[in-house]
Design a binder for this molecule. Sequence first.
Ligand code: URA
Length: 258
Amino acid sequence: MEQKYDIAQVLAWYIDSGVDTTCGDVCCLKNQNTPTPKPEMPSIKNRPAVTNLSQTTNEACKNARDLCLKANSLSELRSMVENFEGCSLKLTAKSTVFGAGNEQADIMLIGEAPGADEDRLGSPFVGKSGHLLDKILNCISVKREDVYITNILPWRPPGNRTPTDAEIAVCLPFLRRQIELVKPKILLLLGASAANAVLDNNEPISRLRGRWLEYTTSSKETILTLATFHPAFLLRNSAQKAKTWADFLRVLKKLKEN
Ligand code: URA
């Protein structure tokens, strides 16, 4: 039997899913003046977290891991990411946003994913969040050129939606290899997505931030790691700026001790 959907409900579902662009000249949705009751559209917001990754995702992860083994420099890794076809986010993104900054930096900052400005310009943290990040770094007398900045995902999720577990899993080998190639003394994780992906846990950022933790590379080296709030969160919650400021001071103090 043909399913009948309400157009407003279908569009709301697309917007929830992060689809913010249309393509083609022909409208595929027919207004059907559906009588009640309407069929339930699954809301992406209520969807349970994906824990079992599909076969395709597992294959893409393995592919990414195998590629990374062959990357001996950041420039080799960058070309691999640019040529990688295993993540569908690349299809909707304008740019591949690889890490940027000092490739021998003591501090490596990791955010979530490029936003619209980063996607347009091809560099991480160049929009509003990036400007705030520059100011915070400036407060601890660190310049952007002194640090290395990257994201867990090199492609912008449509509509800046939260990345899925599958997208994170596929892109994680590239991030892990970037960490190994930069070899920073300290990893600073910006926000819950970066903290949960790198530390492989599900703890809320409010509980994770401000505590010294360790990240273990695939060659079993450990790197001091601190999580803090994401600058985009601070733009909406300025009351949390003081805690973030304290976290950046912790990083500075630790660097001086080591
Ligand atoms: N937010 C991020 O997490 N990364 C960016 O590069 C920009 C905004």
